[in-house]
Design a protein around this ligand. Structure first.
Ligand code: GDP
Length: 491
């Protein structure tokens, strides 16, 4: 087919080239039409087909969202077919009665893992919804989603009302109604009132068949899909033949899926936006150049603070992200006009305070040789990670947003927090390489080959052979990730 004309979203255009709907009340979500202005101009083309698919989806969502008669009917049918959906009792049976209007199909997201993982799994779910005409609803609890995101779809909600949804209890690998367990029993999926799709990193072979064409065919006849994922499974959708054509039209350039969908879906609530603009105003606004450095320490990749700090310095100096420092005495001799100095603001985003403290001290004490003034700040240092905490989520999201306003981004490999920031920014980040046997590696960082997040746990399943396969060698534009070789990403 022909390649559709595409436009590059312009941040001065409040709708970002048609990515955003104009049908919102500005005050209910201050960030929606403003965040674009804080970012660099996107160099990633947006296809008109994606724009029209988003408008079409918004109409569908408005028709089917909680509060509509269609939703009430669908929920009633689900309840009638599975009065206690968590029990193993299995009420198969199609619903041939239908209704007057075409019934709605749903995809219910279940929270898992940290905020970065959640943003990525919501995005992947939304793309699946676009491809299959399913309405995406978020089933958050325990303050998971409180005062964090604005509603992304005009005139409706994407929050599943608590209490009335019959699928309750813990969903996991053992859930009787899961896609994997149903297939393992040799039972059909089509016609079930609901199916649970387990796409968490520990998923098993049968669960992985979600990414097979025949299984996708069966799922078309399941009204409610409930899914849980801690993964950016978008590349997996590109492996399914039936979606290939539509995906090519939506994303003629495949390497900016999260960039566009993330900017479309995730708008900080007014509380979070207040934090973002405060951080920005205090530290970033006056700078000539903004550098964001995200430092994440993973238990599975232990490294000392000294070593990691050394690695960060080596990376930022080697790649000319930060100027080299010189001793104060020679600086005094060399430095003539401080007024001409370029001001670089460095935002360090981390749970730990040590890195920004050391960097700040370094530039305070030594100054630098390149005639640049460097200021270093860190919005928060919370020490440890907590799940399902409203304030933690708000701070984390505010910091992802702030990083996305940078001109240069340095991230820690494998961190979904970093993926979200780089994706929203539309920048290929400098990725800090993992430690080598607990020590700083020789190559401190590498420029990422793509702005796309890595799908850490791809199916690695060959649907035709019904055997193990390599998801990184199935189609041309999906490759193993540089930062996590077992994963795959779109290029
Ligand atoms: P990942 O674990 O790096 O893939 O990122 P996630 O966002 O999924 O999970 C880490 C969680 O820890 C975040 O959601 C935050 O709650 C917290 N966290 C980690 N790093 C930071 C940070 O730099 N700033 C803040 N505010 N929170 C962080």
């Amino acid at each position: 087919g022909t390649v559709p004309l595409a436009t590059v979203p312009d941040p001065s255009d409040r709708l970002l080239g048609g990515l955003l709907s104009p049908d919102f009340d500005d005050r209910s979500c201050l960030s929606r039409y403003r965040a674009g202005r804080y970012r660099r101009t996107s160099t990633h083309a947006l296809s008109p087909h994606l724009v029209s698919a988003l408008r079409r989806y918004e109409s569908l969502h408005r028709l089917c969202a909680p509060g509509t008669p269609a939703y009430a009917r669908a929920l009633e049918r689900l309840r009638a077919s599975s009065p206690n959906a968590t029990a193993a009792g299995d009420n198969a049976g199609d619903d041939p009665s239908g209704g007057a209007a075409a019934p709605c199909d749903y995809l219910v997201w279940t929270p898992d893992a940290g905020l970065g993982n959640r943003i990525l799994s919501i995005t992947a779910g939304f793309l699946y919804g676009l491809l299959t005409d399913r309405v995406l609803l978020l089933n958050g609890s325990r303050g998971d989603l409180d005062d964090l995101f604005c509603e992304p779809f005009p005139g409706s909600t994407w929050i599943l009302p608590q209490g009335e949804f019959p699928v309750r209890g813990k969903l996991g690998i053992d859930t009787f109604q899961s896609l994997g367990n149903t297939l393992a029993r040799g039972e059909p999926l089509a016609g079930r009132p609901w199916v649970y799709v387990h796409l968490v990193h520990n998923y098993l072979t049968q669960d992985r068949r979600f990414f097979c064409d025949d299984v996708q065919g069966e799922l078309r006849r399941v009204r409610w899909l409930v899914f849980k994922a801690d993964n950016y499974f978008v590349p997996g959708l590109f492996l399914i033949p039936r979606y290939e054509r539509e995906l090519a039209r939506l994303f003629p350039r495949r390497d900016a899926v999260f960039h566009h969908l993330g900017r479309y879906l995730f708008h900080p609530s007014n509380t979070v936006w207040g934090m973002v603009t405060r951080y920005h105003g205090s530290y970033f606004a006056m700078a000539d150049e903004r550098v964001g450095i995200q430092v994440r320490m993973f238990k599975w990749a232990p490294i000392s603070i000294d070593d990691f700090y050394g690695q960060i310095l080596k990376c930022t100096h080697r790649e000319n992200i930060l100027p080299a420092t010189v001793a104060a005495a020679s600086r005094a001799a060399a430095n003539t006009s401080a007024a001409a100095a370029k001001h670089k603001a460095v935002a360090v985003v981390s749970l730990h305070g040590e890195y920004s403290d050391r960097l700040r001290d370094l530039y305070h004490e030594h100054g630098n040789a390149a005639g640049e003034a460097v200021s270093v700040f860190q919005p928060t240092h919370l020490g440890a990670q907590h799940f399902g905490d409203t304030q933690q989520n708000q701070k984390a999201f505010a910091e992802m947003m702030l990083l996305s306003f940078s001109d240069v981004v340095v991230t820690t490999c494998v961190s979904t927090f970093g993926y979200v920031s780089q994706g929203l920014a539309g920048l290929r980040p400098w990725v800090l390489t993992p430690p080598d046997h607990g020590k700083a590696p020789d190559t401190p960082c590498r420029l990422a080959p793509t702005i796309e997040p890595c799908f850490h746990r791809p199916p690695h399943y060959n649907c035709r052979a019904k055997a193990r396969g390599d998801s990184g060698r199935t189609v041309q534009y999906i490759r193993h990730c540089e930062d996590f070789p077992d994963g795959v990403q779109l290029l």
